[in-house]
Structures are given as C-alpha cells and as structure tokens.
Design a protein around this ligand. Structure first.
Ligand SMILES: Cc1ncc(COP(=O)(O)O)c(C=O)c1O
Length: 488
C-alpha cells in the first residue's frame, strides 16, 4: 500500500494542478454522441426525466456512481472464484470475513442493495408516529420510514444548508439541534439516530469523525440506537484523512474501525461501497441480528447470499479491501475538484467546498428565472442533456415527495448532480463537460420550466414523466445549432 497521502503530492513541473490517475485502463466501453436532433427526440420520449433515457442515447453517463464504478482487475479475477451454492457458500464466508476484519462487527447480513437494507431496518425499528433523526435524509431512506408511518427529523448543522461555504464538514450533526429534537419528541419516541456518510443530497458533503464521536457519545448515554449509512464511506474516508488534522497520520483501516465502533448497526449500498452490486447490514448486537434474519430471508434470499449473485459478492469483498487504498478513494474527489474549479473559474454556481460523488451545479442560481414550482433542477438537467448528451441527475424539489396535503415540498437546494463514478471518465471528457456547461451558462435565459405529465405518488423522480412549458427546448436547440452546426 502506498505511503504518501494523496495524489496532490505529485507536482507537475509546469505548475498545473492536474488530477493524476493512479491506475491504467485495460478495458473500455465505446460511447456515442448522437446529434442534438436525435437527443431532443430522446428527451421527449423520456418525459424530460434523465432516469428514463436509454443509455444508447447518452454520451457521458453522469447520472450516478451507483453500480457503475470501474472495477479493478482483482475484482474481476475474484468473480471467477465464486462458489455458487444456495447455502453455506465459500464466497459468503470470504465476504463476511472481510466485513468482520474491516468493521469489526460480528454479524453480517447480505441484501440485494442499499434500499433493501433500509427496508429491513425500517420494518424492525419504525412504527407509526415514531421519529428517525439524522444528519440528512436520503430519498429511499425517507420513503421507507414514511411508508411505515414514521417521521424524519434532520439535524444538519446550518452551514450544511448553504450551497456555497468554506466549511469542510457540511454533513455534520448540529449537536444542539440533535439534543433538542430528542427532548421535543421524547427519547421513547426516537427509533434511532442515523448518520449518513458523504451526505448525498447536499452535494456529497462529509461528516467529521470528531462529530460522529460526539453524536455517538450522546446516543449511548441516552440508550438511543445509532445506525450508519456507509454507502459513501470511500469519499468520506478520503475527506477525514485529508481535512481532519487529527487523522492525517492515521491509517484508513484505523479510521474505519473507529467510525464503526461508534455505531450499533451499519448498512451500505454495495453499488457504491465496494464498487460492485449488492449491499448488507452488520452489527455486533445478537438481538438485532436475530430480528433481521427472518426478514433478510423473506425479502432478500437465504442468509448466505441475500439476493446477490455470488460473483458480485466476490467483487464486493475485494472492493471493500480496495476502499482502504488512498489511490482508489481519492480518484473521485480529485476529479470533482478539477471539474468544480473549472466551473467556478467560468463563474458557474456550484456546491462548495467540492465534495465526493460528483460535481453539483446550483440550479437555484443557474436558472433563477424559472419559478421553483417548475422544477429548476429538473429543467437544468434536461437542458444539459439536450445540448451535450451528458446525463446528470436532478437533486431538488422533484426528488422530494409532496406534502400530505398535496402541495409541493420545496427543496432548500436545487442541484444537478454530475456524478463521477470511480475511475470511469478521462480528463478530456471532464473538459468537455465544463465546456458544454459554459455554453449553456451563456444561453441560460433560453431554458424554461417543466410540468408533470404523469406523476407517481411515491419516488416520482425515478419514473415520473414531465413536459416542457412552452417550446424552450426547440429554441435552445436552434441556438446550439447556430453555434455548433455539426449538432454535436
Ligand atoms: C447514502 C445512500 N444510501 C442509500 C442508498 C440506496 O442504495 P441502493 O441504490 O443500492 O438501493 C444510496 C444510493 O444512492 C445512497 O447514496
């Protein structure tokens, strides 16, 4: 394992700050950039929802890092060694021992992905009227809790709600808000306190280990269950190591063990953590484990595969070990920083400080002329796809559920996330992204709003269909063709 802390220690003689890749590419996927006339048809067919685009119509897929990170040769090699048996597979024991070694938790329950873990945990700990307190929610987490009649309280520090900030740990709990929330609802009505690493919906922002220590000490003193969503562990680990002075000389292994020691239950999406496809829950609490076992078997599969393919489990075991390699976990944050800095230099509003996961464009400002009930971030994501073939994800009001009375629940942030799956994109592709976003920035007045054509009651952002208000997409296309007559 390397001894230097991050790639930025390798300086270019020219003085340029370039995110040097610490890997080489030995397998590639062909991508295709179709002309704008085809993209406008694809966009309409997809109901202006980037989730509904066919990948064949996409040039750079920056929707998410979920299940699309590049895998290492060691992961592929491990897949060939998988032991395909329903019960008692060697593959399970290999994965279990990696989990036990890395997180020092006794029991590991596999599940087919992160939200499956959330379903099991919600079924056990959530009942009508109960409160789940967290630094910040994730879409599927909240949906599971609300489906069972529970409530979500967010106690994020104020700075976390600011799109632009210097705060290095915007994902931190505000301890005063946490204590107040517990007082207000009564300890007996708190289901658990959930910590989300690499806080997804506010721009991949990390939480500090010092803050997790405080949160956990408070919860333990009050016998409140602590649950960690470790899906975005890799990015958060990088930021603890590089931004939290106390841990600069600590090994990544030790940092992970300390985080894990603060939590009663840890779950993760293996589509993110471990760069494969699957998930799992771990705990050292036998009672919790026994309660979860039947639900895992019922919803997921037997306890030694939990709905996952054994090949993915082998890849995940290697991927979790590779999460302890600074060169692996630094790739996304340094590329996010490069893209972020290019955009900031062009005057384009983005979330700062740069986090993990991807670069987050501030749609609230980018298209401030669009009323918020016309889905600013959704409209911007549609416009970005139209003029570039780049597929980003709306993270704003569209991603919220409506209030119980049917009114819009306006998100305090309207973001378009351009995800940077680990080790997938090249620097020239990042430059293309910055270039096209700059073009759009100069033509932003042409972007208009969206309205629903078909609105599902739950998780509408995944499969809802929208249409443009007016004909702004045709006007934007005409301007693009004027400036770029080739249509690409
Ligand atoms: C923080 C967080 N938790 C949970 C999930 C859900 O995981 P999955 O997509 O594997 O169901 C995600 C997925 O993006 C996530 O980012």
């Amino acid at each position: 394992m390397s001894t230097f802390t991050n790639n930025s220690e390798i300086k270019f003689f020219s003085g340029e700050d370039i995110p040097l890749e610490m890997h080489k590419v030995r397998m590639v996927s062909r991508v295709n950039l179709s002309p704008i006339e085809q993209r406008i048809a694809a966009l309409k067919k997809a109901g202006c929802n980037t989730f509904l685009l066919a990948n064949r119509d996409v040039f750079l897929d920056m929707l998410t890092d979920s299940g699309v990170n590049a895998m290492s040769e060691k992961q592929y090699a491990a897949m060939l060694m998988a032991d395909d048996s329903y019960a008692g597979s060697e593959t399970f024991y290999r994965l279990e021992s990696v989990i036990q070694e890395t997180f020092e938790k006794k029991y590991f329950l596999p599940a087919h992905q992160g939200r499956a873990c959330e379903n099991i945990l919600a079924n056990i700990f959530v009942r009508p009227g109960i409160f789940a307190i967290m630094n910040h929610h994730f879409t599927t987490t909240k949906a599971h809790i609300m489906r069972l009649g529970g409530n979500v309280i967010e106690v994020l520090k104020d700075e976390g709600w600011k799109v632009e900030s210097d705060d290095q740990f915007k994902g931190n709990f505000d301890m005063q808000k946490l204590k107040k929330a517990v007082d207000n609802v009564g300890i007996e009505n708190v289901a658990f306190v959930r910590t989300e690493l690499g806080t997804n919906l506010i721009g991949g922002q990390p939480i500090s280990l010092a803050n997790m220590r405080e949160m956990s000490a408070f919860c333990r003193a009050n016998k409140i269950i602590t649950i960690l969503d470790a899906s975005l562990l890799a990015d958060n680990l990088y930021f603890i190591k590089t931004r939290e002075a106390e841990f600069a000389d600590h090994s990544l292994e030790d940092i992970v063990k300390e985080i894990a020691s603060l939590m009663d239950i840890i779950y993760f999406s293996g589509r993110k953590l471990g760069c494969a496809r699957g998930g799992g829950i771990m705990t050292s609490n036998e009672e919790f484990c026994k309660k979860m076992q039947p639900l895992v078997t019922l919803y997921e599969g037997f306890l030694t595969y939990g709905g996952m393919s054994v090949r993915e489990m082998e890849a995940m075991a290697v991927g979790i070990r590779e999460t302890l390699d600074i060169h692996v976990i630094s790739q996304t944050p340094i590329f996010v920083k490069t893209l972020g800095e290019e955009l900031v230099a062009k005057g384009i509003p983005v979330v700062t400080p740069f986090g993990g996961l991807g670069c987050h464009i501030n749609a609230m400002k980018f298209v401030e002329h669009i009323p918020q009930d016309q889905y600013r971030a959704g409209a911007l994501a549609a416009a970005i796809y139209l003029i570039s073939g780049i597929r980003g994800m709306e993270r704003g009001t569209l991603s919220e559920e409506r209030n119980p009375d049917g009114s819009e629940h306006f998100s305090s942030m309207e973001l378009v996330r351009l995800a940077l799956p680990k080790r997938v994109f090249t620097l020239s592709q990042i430059k293309f992204v910055a270039d096209r976003i700059e073009w759009l920035w100069h033509n932003k007045e042409l972007i208009g709003g969206l309205e629903f054509e078909e609105e599902p009651k739950m998780l509408r952002f995944f499969f809802g269909k929208l249409r443009q208000i007016g004909n702004w997409q045709e006007k934007l296309m005409a301007k693009f063709l004027k400036d770029m007559p080739s249509g690409v």
